[in-house]
Design a protein around this ligand. Sequence first.
Ligand code: SF4
Length: 336
Amino acid sequence: MDAKAREIYEIVERAVAGNGLPDEDIRTLYAVDPHSREAHHIHWAGNELSLKASDGKAEIHAQIGLNGTPCPKNCLFCSFALCNGVRKGKLEMPREYVIDFAQRYEEQGANAILILSTASYRFELFLEMAAAVRAVISPEMPLLANVEDMTLEQARQLKAAGVNGCYHAVRMGEGVVTTIPVETRLQTIANIHAAGLTLSTCVEPIGPEHTPEELTEKTRICIDATPLSAGCGRRVPVPGTALFSHGAISALHNALYVAVYRLASGLEPRLNCAAGTDLVASAGGNLAWAEVGANPRDTEQLTEKGGRGRDIAFYRELYTNADWEILEGPSPGWIL
Ligand code: SF4
């Protein structure tokens, strides 16, 4: 074994204690060749820690995309970005559609419900939709929101409407391939916490051009944000978007990154995303999202109709293939 391999095995040995890693070690693990023996050792270690962190239980959260109207924030990876010209005209899901899927998702065993909108959706309408969903799902079922950057007052309004937590992230290339300053994203995360909402975040969307340095920087931001779920998500190259030509990292590479996130973060949080493939699930990914409605990674109007969206049954099978049990009932910890 050469010196580099020995260093990697030593870092992994320290990481499996579950106390997280310093940035220098995280950077070293992100730089590992995804085809190497060391990478597969990291997969094993990530899975071990995730199993321990979650008592062997994976989760499926269910997302409903409320709108697909072109968004002025112009994130270059997103099918909704106005500048990409992929989406045309107004697209908003009717209230009945949203309520129907929220009810169906709970009946089918989703562990949490997430509603998502773009920056072109009226915040007051989002509040109405959140309250409407809250009214038809059980009080124990976490309701999460993914909305644009918001003030503390708006975060409090979300909470008052029945939302329990938010997905929010400082994305890869934030402020460079998006028009949103990093500070704005961080302020929103602070507002989410200050309003008494819980946080889901992720190092995303990762493409082949991203360096171990930026992956490490964004991992540290996620850890410091004290989320209930976090991990690494690869970018889906959507045809027509400005970043399409950069391509995508493989599922194998994504599995390495998800496992590295787990080792970097330690035994917290319980949920490590995004388990989009059974390869990732077998490297420690234990949170996946079923999706309906508008989807920023898709060009279909309704992602469940011939697009990328997958249902709960799909993720049940995926987890079964990776030998994960699936949590029964609402995801704990989101409702403060
Ligand atoms: S990622 Fe979000 S903020 Fe950015 S363009 Fe897409 S919908 Fe708008």
